[in-house]
Design a protein around this ligand. Structure first.
Ligand code: ZN
Length: 336
């Protein structure tokens, strides 16, 4: 079974003028995965536009109406950090459904990747730091309200603190927020997550990985989740203009491998979102985001291979022709 990927052609659109937000990275990431044969017609899902009812799981109705109808004032727009347009509204209303769909597919398949998402600075009634709607909080509250899961962990490894997520989910006992972020970075006024890991400015790859791994183990132990939403922001990269810590490209790969591998070992479904990354070279940025998706694909196939090995052992004791057939069918799918 191929790795489920979630994206939409409307995620990227052209700004009228040069802007520091890399709006093309979503399109470039998808294109790169198509090139590598990882994204195909059979494993790419498109989200639909969000209903107001869904968005109210994390936002107030007044704020939603003001954003959609272009009634935010200048200071609200400045804080949001993106110029208002119909195209911005269109992509903003798709992305939270993308994250929710990713969670649903992860619960069904063990793992799924949203090729966007992680807008963790969006608050209940205002947008901030390029984030307008908090897809993480919307998905968590929606899944919990539907009774799909009893406990969820949001493990946020974007270099900036997930302040919006922490505040929106502050009273949600069944959602555990863990943010591993640079202590001297945006936002200046931090929120209180269930677990905050403060990485010092200028931290090396090894220092970062050690603190991150400790954070993961503590967060899982404290939350006992039935689903992890993993925000795999790549703005921890040493060359990122908004990062302030010094993690190498190989460090990002090791980080993602650790998280995916631990989730697989613990048998906890994991839904990934790409989070932040602001390199001006958007192709290099897209390939950094792709690292995590490639690892997800490998982790997924490894898990399927484990299932195959288990099935093969059982077969030695119960030699049944129809079982043999199903094993070989599974094996041939993996080899494709
Ligand atoms: Zn960030």
């Amino acid at each position: 079974m191929p790795l489920p990927l979630i994206t939409h052609p409307h995620y990227s659109y052209s700004f009228a003028d040069k802007h520091r937000f890399p709006m093309q990275k979503f399109r470039l990431l998808h294109a790169l995965l198509v090139e590598q044969g990882i994204a195909t017609n059979s494993n790419v899902y498109r989200p639909a536009k969000a209903s107001m009812q869904l968005l109210k799981h994390a936002h107030c109705a007044d704020y939603l109406a003001k954003f959609v109808e272009n009634k935010l004032d200048k200071s609200e727009l400045r804080r949001m950090g993106l110029p208002w347009s119909e195209a911005l509204v269109r992509r903003t209303l798709l992305s939270p459904v993308g994250t929710l769909l990713t969670c649903q597919l992860a619960l069904k398949n063990g793992i799924a990747c949203h090729l966007a998402g992680g807008t963790h600075h969006a608050h209940f009634d205002f947008g901030s730091g390029f984030c307008i709607l908090n897809d993480l909080a919307i998905a968590a509250n929606s899944l919990l309200a539907q009774g799909k899961i009893k406990k969820i962990l949001i493990f946020d490894l974007d270099v900036h603190q997930g302040d919006g997520t922490a505040r929106i989910l502050h009273r949600q006992d069944n959602a555990f927020t863990c943010s591993v972020h640079c202590e001297k970075n945006f936002p200046a006024r931090k929120a209180e997550s269930n677990l905050d890991i403060n990485i010092p400015s200028g931290a090396s790859t090894e220092e970062y990985l050690e603190m991150m791994m400790d954070g993961f183990e503590r967060a899982v132990r404290l939350s006992q989740p039935e689903l992890i939403i993993y925000d795999a922001g790549v703005d921890i990269f040493s060359g990122d203009p908004l990062g302030l810590i010094n993690v190498s490209v190989d460090g990002i790969r090791r980080r993602d491998h650790f998280v995916l591998n631990r989730a697989a070992e613990l048998g906890i479904p994991i839904a990934t979102v790409i989070g932040g990354g602001y390199d001006k070279d958007e192709r290099a940025l897209a390939s950094r985001h792709a690292t995590m998706v490639v690892l997800c694909r490998d982790a997924f196939i490894e898990r399927m291979q484990d299932a195959f090995e288990l099935a093969a052992n059982i077969f030695q004791f119960h030699c049944k022709a129809n079982f043999l057939h199903s094993v070989f069918t599974l094996k041939s799918r993996i080899q494709v």
